[in-house]
Design a protein around this ligand. Structure first.
Ligand SMILES: *Cc1c(COP(=O)(O)O)cnc(C)c1O
Length: 395
């Protein structure tokens, strides 16, 4: 096998295409799909050594298999993390990253504008298990300062937030968390590994849903947790092995191939989203557009500082009420109504009645999730066709 000793010096596009590739004895070009649950050993001594760690190698696909290992290595190289552990979904990643290190009596501080399942874990599950959770307005650095104390074990945040695209100063929160002796977990799904580098900004752990931009074509679920070898090997991996949120090798293989085109897709997603956001901002039936690539975003300076692009997600408020929002959605011909995102196909959702339906009405209000808010995931179609579709549906 060819030796590549300086992989960490590769440019991003090279890492995306070649990182982690391991070829079998057959020399296949593309990464192979190892669709097996178990492994065999030449003799009992080898089996013993695999289990006691004296000999490297695979033992069971709930732990790891060659296809999963290739995805883990590619993701770690891309993120600049020491280690990665892939799991069955983005939510499995969030849950494992928190639960593997938390104990009854611990304190957690989190931003309040979150993906609704993250909100459920933090506000419903953790208190049930004796963990105290404080939610803060993530945009306000002084709120973080006030909430953090010596008993804080973990800090969790998502930036940009889902669905209203609020930004959090990751470097500032990381500094405050570390001063309190806590670790910072960043859910980096909306930016993908390409547009924002939480570890460089001071985060300790990064989580992804590979279901979104990494697969990018709406096929498979998957998730990943990245961090130091010490954290992943000593805390996350034992939790993952024994509780079983294993990623299917098939899904890992699709995500691995998805990474190969991620930079091309993110570049086009960003160009399309910018054109669409500029169109929406000028339209008289639109009340407000929130897109981190637009100067009108309330935290545009922070977007410039910590991300390298506006991404493909746009939030906007239509004028009128829920009926006007629904009428607009129902008239779209190209853009599909769907709650997922980061897809080649443009997808639009009405968060108040779908993704964020389970929140309390007063929480929805606090997060800006009104009846006229829509969240658009701009895809890879021609931007002019998308604009024509939006224009017709608004007309
Ligand atoms: C989709 C999403 C998740 C969960 O990912 P799944 O793969 O659907 O489990 C978590 N966080 C954010 C920000 C998301 O958009």
């Amino acid at each position: 096998m060819k030796q590549n000793t300086n992989k960490s010096k590769w440019k991003q596009a090279t890492k995306l295409v070649r990182g982690g590739t391991m070829r079998s004895q057959w020399g296949e070009t593309s990464e192979a799909l190892f669709l097996n649950s178990g492994f065999c050993y030449d003799n009992a001594e080898t089996a013993e050594k695999r289990f006691n760690g004296e000999e490297p190698g695979f033992v069971y696909s709930r732990y790891l298999n060659p296809t999963l290992a290739m995805l883990e290595q590619r993701m770690a190289l891309l993120e600049g993390a020491e280690r990665c552990c892939v799991v069955a979904s983005g939510m499995a990643a969030v849950f494992a990253a928190i639960m593997c290190q938390i104990r009854a009596g611990d304190h957690v501080v989190s931003s309040r504008a979150l993906f609704s399942s993250c909100h459920y874990i933090l506000t419903e599950l953790l208190p049930r298990w004796g963990v105290e959770v404080t939610l803060v307005d993530g945009r306000d650095v002084s709120a973080w300062k006030k909430a953090l104390s010596k008993k804080t074990k973990l800090v969790f945040l998502e930036s940009p937030s889902n669905p209203a695209l609020e930004l959090i100063d990751i470097a500032a929160v990381a500094k405050l968390a570390h001063k309190a002796g806590a670790r910072l977990i960043v859910d980096n799904v909306f930016c993908s590994p390409l547009l924002q580098k939480p570890l460089e900004l001071g985060a300790d752990i990064v989580v992804y849903s590979t279901t979104k931009h990494i697969d990018g074509q709406g096929r498979t679920l998957g998730g990943a947790v990245l961090g130091t070898s010490k954290f992943i090997d000593d805390e996350l991996v034992p939790f993952h092995r024994h509780t079983g949120p294993a990623l299917s090798p098939f899904n890992a293989w699709v995500a691995l191939k998805g990474l190969e085109t991620l930079d091309l897709r993110m570049a086009q997603h960003g160009k399309n989203a910018m054109k669409v956001a500029e169109f929406l901002e000028k339209h008289k039936k639109i009340e407000k557009v929130i897109y981190p690539g637009l100067k009108s975003h309330p935290q545009y300076a922070l977007a410039k500082k910590q991300t390298s692009g506006g991404g493909n997600m746009i939030a906007f408020y239509v004028k009128g009420n829920k009926r006007s929002a629904f009428a607009f959605l129902n008239k779209l011909e190209i853009i599909d109504i769907s709650n997922t995102l980061g897809d080649a196909k443009s997808l639009i959702t009405h968060p108040a009645t779908t993704t964020h339906f389970s929140l309390k009405p007063e929480d929805r209000k606090k997060f800006g999730i009104t009846d006229t808010l829509l969240r658009l995931s701009v895809g890879l179609e021609d931007a002019d066709d998308l604009i024509a579709d939006l224009k017709k549906a608004l007309g």
